[in-house]
Design a protein around this ligand. Structure first.
Ligand code: BYC
Ligand code: FE
Ligand code: FE
Length: 474
């Protein structure tokens, strides 16, 4: 079961051969996907040989094979984790009943919406990142970008399989629409805000993969707890791929912080910028921006939708089956900071209605661990500067704190005080212009742009001067 059939036009471990109608429908979608990839995928590098990993099985450990691939020839496919014998619905009103192998009729519409929302983010991120190859700080980084891109393409395949296999004509229509929306497009934007924001520079890319892909980790984790078993199995395998995206983001930001600290030390005024680096305080602003956009993705702190998803057993908490003893979440409460009459206060809400917030809190804990490691790196570089995460009320555009003048410490400010300071907390136009001015492609193997430190090691046992991306042979 875990082995993947690569003989098929569409690589898969779901025995696609045995369902001719489904296979034909997906084979019809495949050229449309490729058209989209060629149009919206990495600009100017579609003919390059890229040292990529491809999934060859879903067994933990050794599931990937590495080799040179031209991106449009990447073997995107459908890979589900193995079935767990006698798996039970982990949470909600059906907790303990056998999981569903087919879509329960009463949840068909919400389930489709959950899958479409997840699916939409995958191609969106490829669109957002499509110009970054042109300014990659090294071949190592360029390859990591493309690895992330092809895997986000595969995540789209993962969701489109579910739409085609379980939602009939509606599902096929949704799959077509996924190739029609565009990140940042005024007329047909992607569904969620973070996926319509521009990604014009590599500091943004690393913050995005650190914080926004980490939202992916938590959303996929919640869906891995789903009572709809095909969705759970799909998300479990996606999570194994996601780990690399988070690695790219976390280490990318860390390398920029290290280099910023090193260059500040070299400068007689302690100014990293005078040495062509990114000051630690500037990186902090990018972190603020992407952390806040990413925590918006968890939805409102108080949400009846979230309560319904949990009650139905469609979405669980992080590690629902493993970390919790009580799975109904009934007769329990969660205390939340709220704003009433312009003042910060707090109130208790039924736990089920706070499920978005529960997942967000798990995410924030994870992000705090990352920040701790960044601060260790700064300490190692002899810098006294430190990174902090803003409070989850700061700079929100969704949920109960949306558009209120909270400072990064979570205090409610007077609007004019907020307006006066916002340029110190978020990237200004001038900051963005400066970071953009640093972005130039470095394409000699082993060389690294001046504003970023080299990584600790290369990819899959290769050295740093390995040619991770090769131009097309003449
Ligand atoms: N942007 O009461 P609320 C990944 C809308 S990352 C735009 O909070 P609920 C990846 C909302 O639709 C994982 N709109 O409702 C990473 C609703 O509109 P309607 C991606 C938003 O249901 C990197 C209204 O506001 N998936 O995979 O509790 C690379 C009221 O909302 C937003 C997710 O993050 C927003 N941020 O929450 C590649 C999705 N937030 O229906 C891939 C997880 C809210 O009233 N979250 N709205 O017109 C969900 O699916 C939640 O259901 C929602 C809404 C956040 C959508
Ligand atoms: Fe993804
Ligand atoms: Fe990802």
């Amino acid at each position: 079961m875990a082995d993947i059939d690569y003989q098929s036009l569409i690589p898969n471990n779901v025995n696609l051969d045995s369902d001719k109608r489904l296979q034909r429908a997906l084979e019809k979608w495949q050229p449309a996907y490729l058209d989209w990839w060629n149009q919206m995928g990495p600009e100017s590098f579609q003919l390059h040989d890229v040292y990529l990993r491809t999934a060859v099985s879903t067994e933990p450990g050794g599931w990937a094979q590495f080799g040179y691939v031209k991106m449009p020839e990447y073997r995107w496919g459908i890979f589900l984790d193995d079935k767990v014998a006698d798996r039970r619905i982990p949470c909600g009103d059906h907790a303990g009943e056998p999981v569903w192998q087919e879509v329960p009729g009463e949840y068909r519409n919400v389930l489709r919406r959950i899958i479409v929302t997840q699916a939409d983010t995958e191609p969106a991120s490829v669109e957002q990142q499509r110009w970054l190859g042109m300014t990659a700080p090294s071949l190592y980084d360029m390859r990591n970008l493309f690895q992330v891109n092809v895997e986000e393409g595969r995540h789209l395949w993962a969701m489109v399989y579910l739409l085609h296999a379980y939602f009939g004509k509606d599902g096929r229509d949704e799959a077509d629409d996924l190739l029609a929306r565009r990140a940042g497009d005024a007329d047909k934007p992607r569904i969620l805000d973070a996926f319509n924001q521009p990604c014009p520079d590599w500091l943004t890319f690393f913050c995005f993969t650190c914080f926004t892909d980490r939202d992916g980790k938590y959303q996929l984790g919640a869906l891995a707890e789903s009572g709809f078993d095909p969705l759970s199995r799909t998300c479990r395998f996606m999570l194994t791929e996601e780990a690399h995206h988070l690695f790219v983001g976390e280490t990318g930001v860390e390398r920029i912080l290290r280099r910023g600290a090193q260059l500040a030390k070299l400068d007689r005024n302690g100014d990293a910028r005078a040495q062509g680096g990114v000051p630690v305080a500037m990186t902090q602003k990018w972190i603020n921006y992407w952390f806040c956009y990413s925590i918006d993705l968890f939805g409102s702190e108080i949400s009846t939708n979230a309560a319904d998803f949990f009650a139905a057993g469609l979405k669980g908490r992080w590690a629902e089956a493993k970390d919790y003893d009580e799975h109904t979440a009934l007769n329990q409460w969660h205390r939340l900071a709220t704003v009433e009459n312009g003042k910060l206060t707090s109130k208790e809400v039924p736990l089920r209605n706070a499920m978005n917030e529960m997942l967000r809190q798990s995410y924030i804990k994870d992000a705090e661990r990352v920040v701790k490691r960044w601060n260790q790196a700064l300490e190692e570089e002899g810098s006294s500067e430190r990174i902090t995460l803003p409070d989850s009320r700061f700079f929100r555009r969704q949920g109960i704190y949306a558009n209120l003048p909270f400072g990064p410490d979570g205090q409610l400010l007077a609007q004019d005080e907020y307006d006066r300071n916002i340029g110190n907390w978020l990237p200004s136009a001038e900051d963005r212009a400066y970071v953009t001015s640093l972005m130039h492609r470095v394409q000699e193997p082993g060389k690294m742009a001046n504003w970023i430190a080299a990584p600790k090691k290369g990819i899959h046992g290769n050295s740093m001067d390995f040619e991770y991306v090769k131009p097309p042979q003449a």
